[in-house]
Design a protein around this ligand. Structure first.
Ligand code: C5P
Length: 230
């Protein structure tokens, strides 16, 4: 069975633009990520359309609310037939456990975002969070695992430590991926697909290097070849 490691981030503001790209991709080579921008404009029907085309969909809506609300949102997301969903670990133990419980009979993977990579030490002080970003990421990833979730989103640089800390079965999904020869866009800390996999990432979220490419399927093929040769 094929298990593509590449998740293409469909960061588009219209269904038409997203579909134009999707029609040039193949489920055998990649999975797709639908985030807040595309979901807000195109809705659940669009997600169902992607699934009907044979793609596994990561619905990246990062739920964060009271436990009951998050649990119910997870349950309806799972009913769409998505492959993976996520919540914010900062929502806490009760929220994550309620989410897990709500979809315990489903094959959909449930992961958490630890700390947004946009938050620096000053942002943490503003909201009263103690410790360095690294310490907080480790603590929230451990909490995520303790609550029975399947994994976390993390940078490839964090993946190495989290893989050691949390074991081989805990799923690590890493954005910020760029080929050695490509531009970094606005990503501050980037890692090659090869290095991310060597660091212990299971899945790589890749946006612009594929979505903005002249030949997206070719880039996708090259990246999967690079990964599978490891
Ligand atoms: O275009 P690019 O490859 O930078 O896109 C990366 C994707 O991963 C985007 O959808 C972005 O929102 C997401 N992401 C990220 N950094 C994080 C978490 C998510 O770039 N820390």
């Amino acid at each position: 069975m094929h298990d593509p490691r590449i998740i293409v981030a469909l960061d588009f503001s219209s269904a038409v633009d997203a579909l134009q790209l999707v029609n040039r991709l193949e489920p055998r080579l990649c999975r797709l990520k639908v985030g807040k921008e595309l979901f807000t404009t195109a809705g659940p029907q669009f997600v169902e359309k992607l699934i009907a085309k044979g793609f596994d969909v990561f619905l990246d809506l990062k739920f964060h609310d009271i436990p009951n609300t998050v649990a119910k949102a997870c349950a309806v997301a799972v009913n769409l037939g998505v492959w993976m969903i996520n919540v914010h670990a900062l929502g806490g133990r009760k929220m994550m456990m309620a989410a897990r419980e709500a979809i315990s009979n489903s094959p959909t993977r449930l992961i958490a975002v630890t700390l947004l990579t946009s938050m620096d030490q000053g942002d943490l002080a503003d909201i009263g969070l103690q410790g360095t970003p690294e310490q907080i990421v480790e603590r929230l990833a451990q909490l995520t695992k303790d609550c029975g979730l399947d994994g976390v989103v993390c940078s490839a640089l964090e993946a190495k430590r989290l893989r050691q800390q949390l074991g081989d079965d805990f799923c690590l999904v890493t954005p910020g991926i760029r080929s050695a020869d490509s531009q970094s866009d606005d990503q501050m800390r980037i890692t090659t697909p090869r290095q991310a996999i060597l660091n212990g990432a299971h899945y790589l979220v890749i946006g612009r290097p594929i979505t903005q490419a002249d030949d997206p399927i070719l880039v996708c093929r090259q990246l999967s070849k690079e990964i599978s040769s490891i």
